[in-house]
Design a binder for this molecule. Structure first.
Ligand SMILES: Cc1cc2nc3c(=O)[nH]c(=O)nc-3n(C[C@H](O)[C@H](O)[C@H](O)COP(=O)(O)OP(=O)(O)OC[C@H]3O[C@@H](n4cnc5c(N)ncnc54)[C@H](O)[C@@H]3O)c2cc1C
Length: 591
């Protein structure tokens, strides 16, 4: 079973869920029109289905080969990467002055979903590279950008993002890699990084590492971290490749999933010091890295969506084909396709509705990023920036959690065959499992949402979002369409829960944050189910208005509201009533 880009679902989420249609109609993206966006997505879908998706199993089975410090990627990887670059997919959002296409983040979000649905182990390398380009374009010096940016944008070189060290994972401030100032204005780096995605590979003839390190006189913690560009090969004065820099891959990890993606331990400076160039100011590396990480966090959320989409496509095809048992009234001796059984139907609807909800949250986050960057209205840009900041941890954590859940349901629908590798369902579950861990674990995302994002603008950013969601629910209730069942009521209850719990969180932050931290993960889930439910209902309303695909969009929104949004009340209790119990429960873990 291969992958077909779900262009109708993606288009609906973009236009009616994330607000792309009004933005295009208002000319927010210049003369970019709906037809242009549809053409881009259709071409991306073709490449994803025809060139990248066939790599998925090849990469899983072959993995990568590490020998004498070099990594050989799986068969077909290099050719697919070349086709991807030739199609211009590395440069979708990059500024035109550096050879990019300057298209909106929201359009690229849909593309990123497709690359990851087709083959996550392939897509994760360029994905990190794209996030690095965005940050480098903002923070890099003119000279550095002249030397490196165009080749990164074209995909001729790929970037890595290097934060993690053995003692510094979630706690980035604990990193020890050192950077000494050299007389010529460059720096010499010494240290070790672990778990570096595509730290070494054979896809490009140079690799540009973006590395966090500490100067000898740096203040402790995250305030003393600087960002450096460290090329694998140094450049000659004319820009051609010069000598090898003092950085190398020491080993490649054996992993649960994404076998085709080389995850490397990197050694800097065992020949005297890797030459690096500062990006941004000394000791201001975290600000630069945050630009990179926020893009990467959204992209990892889209990995969850992509995996979930591929899992539902595969499960649906299997459920239509596999016959077991009878449905009521069926003649003896016949058997029904398993999709006819209500429990299987429930699983499939769960998969599809969770996927479309997460997809829309991710696209809405990308749209907020676009609105934060363009337009003449400064206040609107600031509000959009706050919206993107608020939604990024939800996009990352909710989408990657549901990616695992949906992939697991995909295995379940396959029965015993799901546990057997050749169906591919098991690979999706194994691949999905990393996404809640990297780019900041989902626990760290939940803490970020609660402690940094809810207080934005004294709570006004989250209140404004809750107000928007409430207007969707009012519109649902105003339709009085019986096909929507309990949708309006359940979404209203979910929003009431989210509103009360948000205010509880903000009050707890004012009075010592421990209880807020204890409830952060269920709070993020509550945010996801309430927002996701409203965004699906918004698409159902649009479908009703347009008389286009209304029955299926209404059914999906209704299923989500009646089956997932109803969990909001329990999640509220888990946060508000359960947090104190978490803090007082050490005895349960004493043995
Ligand atoms: C396949 C793969 C690819 C990766 N690619 C890259 C890459 O390209 N570049 C890079 O720099 N890194 C990369 N990483 C590293 C990844 O980002 C880290 O593994 C991740 O940030 C978690 O850090 P850790 O593994 O040290 O876990 P820890 O930080 O040790 O966390 C362990 C557990 O404790 C929890 N925890 C930790 N601190 C807190 C806290 N303060 N409050 C509450 N809970 C807490 C976490 O949520 C987690 O559940 C990759 C990792 C893998 C496995």
């Amino acid at each position: 079973m291969t992958y077909q880009a779900p262009l109708a679902d993606m288009g609906f989420a973009l236009k009616y869920g994330a607000g792309l249609l009004p933005a295009l109609e208002q000319g927010f993206f210049g003369d970019l029109g709906v037809d242009d966006v549809e053409a881009v997505l259709s071409e991306a879908g073709r490449l994803a289905a025809e060139i990248i998706a066939p790599l998925n199993r090849v990469g899983d089975v072959n993995g990568t080969i590490f020998k004498d410090g070099a990594v050989t990627t799986a068969p077909g990887w290099k050719e697919a990467y070349r086709a991807w670059c030739q199609g211009g997919w590395s440069s979708v959002t990059a500024p035109a002055e550096w050879g990019g296409q300057g298209l909106p983040q929201v359009v690229n979000a849909a593309c990123i979903e497709m690359w990851n649905a087709a083959c996550m182990a392939f897509a994760v390398g360029p994905l990190v590279g794209m996030a690095a380009i965005d940050a480098f374009a903002v923070h890099g010096s003119a000279a550095l950008k002249r030397a490196y940016l165009q080749k990164l944008v074209s995909g001729e070189w790929i970037a890595t993002m290097q934060l993690t060290e053995p003692q510094a994972g979630s706690d980035v401030g604990a990193l020890r890699t050192r950077a000494e100032r050299a007389a010529d204005g460059s720096y010499r780096l010494k240290g070790q990084k672990i778990f570096i995605t595509y730290g070494e590979h054979d896809l490009t003839d140079n690799i540009i590492h973006f590395v966090l390190a500490r100067l000898p006189d740096a203040p402790p913690g995250t305030r003393g971290i600087s960002l450096f560009l460290v090329p694998k090969f140094l450049l000659n004065a004319d820009g051609s490749l010069g000598p090898r820099n003092d950085v190398r891959a020491h080993s490649v990890e054996h992993k649960l999933g994404i076998h085709g993606s080389p995850t490397c331990t990197m050694i800097f400076g065992d020949q005297g010091g890797a030459i690096g160039y500062i990006v941004g100011e000394e000791n201001a590396g975290m600000a630069c890295m945050f630009t990179m990480m926020n893009r990467a966090r959204l992209a990892v959320g889209l990995q969850g969506v992509g995996i979930a989409e591929r899992a539902i496509q595969q499960a649906l095809a299997y459920a239509r084909e596999r016959r077991q048992g009878r449905t009521p009234g069926m003649p003896a001796g016949e058997s029904a396709p398993i999709i006819a059984h209500p429990d299987v139907k429930r699983m499939l609807l769960s998969m599809r509705s969770l996927t479309q909800a997460a997809r829309t949250i991710c696209y809405a986050t990308a749209m907020a990023l676009d609105r934060a960057e363009a337009g003449n209205d400064k206040a609107a840009r600031a509000a959009a920036h706050a919206r993107a900041s608020l939604l990024t941890p939800v996009a990352k954590a909710f989408s990657t959690d549901i990616g695992v859940e949906v992939a697991s349901l995909g295995v379940q629908i396959h029965g015993g065959m799901g546990f057997i590798e050749e169906t591919g369902a098991a690979q999706l579950l194994r691949d999905a499992r990393i996404a809640p861990i990297y780019e900041g674990t989902n626990g760290i995302q939940a803490i970020d949402l609660v402690t940094r994002k809810l207080p934005l603008a004294d709570g006004a950013a989250v209140e404004a979002y809750l107000g928007e969601l409430r207007r969707i629910v009012e519109a649902v209730n105003a339709t009085n369409d019986p096909a929507l069942g309990w949708t309006g009521v359940r979404l209203e209850e979910a929003l009431d829960s989210l509103t009360r719990t948000t205010r509880w969180m903000l009050a707890k932050l004012d009075n010592g944050a421990d209880e807020a931290l204890a409830g952060a993960t269920p709070y993020l889930r509550l945010f996801g189910v309430a927002a996701g439910g409203c965004l699906l209902a918004q698409q159902a309303l649009a479908a009703l208005r347009l008389n286009a695909d209304a029955a299926s969009r209404i059914a999906l929104a209704r299923f989500f509201a009646e089956n997932f949004a109803v969990q909001a009340g329990a999640l509220e209790r888990s946060v508000v009533e359960g947090a104190a119990g978490v803090l007082g429960a050490d005895a349960a873990l004493a043995q």
